[in-house]
Write a protein that binds this ligand. Structure first.
Ligand SMILES: C[S@@+](CC[C@H](N)C(=O)[O-])C[C@H]1O[C@@H](n2cnc3c(N)ncnc32)[C@H](O)[C@@H]1O
Length: 332
């Protein structure tokens, strides 16, 4: 397959449509409902994808969202670690490999991708998708049907991605997997989980564990200190995902989009350039003012930017949840 200028989300969508040709809509709907119920369950060590219908439903209903979340996170990593060159990618718990699709536009220097996936059926779908679109063009790919805990056997990789997989592992298996992932990280490790309290807690656990092993936090945090959020709050973000007509039919939804909520941490070996403040909520749009809730080196704070502040107000009107914002110096 040749490289194309088609936006990666459209290219992925047409590869997904090709893969699903001939699949039964009724079966996809049933499997998708089953998967949604399983993902709402927050207990450890569940492996919800069990049949070929489940795999296809995952590709149809979840892959566009995990791809967009991965793409948003990798773009932020690139902003915060501009010197990072990712010639090799290791995707752990790869599923159908959204990491490859997300990394290609962000890291055009990518030449090698290794995907670790315990389920051979899912690995096969990932291989077929990559062959059907531009994501795999010019990239030497290896698929390893094995446990992520055995990552050390695979040598080191510039960029390592643990996307939406810790939630399918027990804490007892998750911690060693995080350590193994860091041991094979040459430049950056990214952990992404659903943007639920449980998903954010798993991300926080990985963050704290790896800071203890010398990792630098590139994003989303502006610092490597303790997370300042209150116990009843959790750090998460959202990305808008447009729905294909097939997705709409599978989910029986009318909206042309959905918001994928995700939690993440991007850790680097080299000192990154973190943002000074991270926007923690969708900014409130009040008349003539914007209220921003920010995570900063000095803790969580609220900043109100009024119309009188001219250029700063215009910038605040454009800022979105999850982006970096330089907080104003404290007054007085
Ligand atoms: C929720 S899917 C995420 C797939 C992909 N990373 C994404 O972001 O869409 C989790 C995947 O991890 C795989 N997985 C779960 N536990 C694993 C383990 N211990 N070793 C390797 N793969 C695992 C599952 O088979 C499944 O394909």
């Amino acid at each position: 397959m040749q490289e194309t200028d088609e936006p990666p989300s459209l290219a992925l969508r047409s590869a997904i449509d090709g893969l699903l040709e001939g699949a039964s809509l009724a079966e996809l709907k049933r499997a998708s409902a089953r998967l949604s119920a399983a993902y709402r369950h927050t207990g450890p060590a569940m492996r919800p994808v069990a049949s070929q219908a489940d795999r296809l439903a995952y590709v149809a209903a979840r892959l566009p969202s995990t791809f967009e979340a991965s793409r948003a996170v990798l773009a932020e990593l690139r902003r915060r670690a501009p010197m990072l060159r990712a010639e090799s990618l290791l995707e752990l718990g790869a599923g159908p490999a959204p990491g490859l699709w997300a990394a290609r536009p962000t890291f055009p220097e990518l030449r090698r991708a290794t995907h670790v996936e315990i389920d051979p059926g899912m690995a096969e779908l990932g291989r077929r998708l990559a062959a059907a679109g531009p994501a795999g063009a010019g990239v030497r790919q290896v698929w390893c049907e094995q446990d992520v805990g055995r990552a050390r056997e695979l040598g080191s990789h510039d960029l390592v991605l643990l996307g939406y997989v810790l939630g399918e592992m027990s804490a007892a298996a998750g911690d060693p997997a995080i350590d193994a992932a860091w041991d094979v990280t040459a430049e950056a490790l990214v952990v992404i989980e659903p943007g639920t309290p449980a998903g954010a807690a798993r991300v926080l656990r990985a963050r704290e564990r790896l800071i203890g092993r010398g990792a630098h936090v590139a994003a989303p945090c502006p610092h490597g200190g303790a997370c300042p959020l209150a116990a009843d709050d959790w750090c998460h973000f959202a990305v808008r995902v447009s729905r294909s007509s097939l997705q709409r039919r599978i989910k029986e939804g009318r909206l042309a989009y959905e918001d994928e909520k995700y939690a993440y941490v991007a850790l680097t070996r080299a000192e990154p350039d973190p943002c000074a403040g991270r926007v923690l909520r969708r900014p409130s749009a009040e008349p003539r003012r914007r209220r921003l809730r920010l995570c900063t080196v000095a803790g969580v704070r609220e900043e109100v930017v009024t119309r009188r502040e001219g250029a700063r107000y215009r910038a605040a009107r454009k800022i979105r949840w999850g982006e970096g914002w330089a907080p104003a110096a404290p007054k007085g």
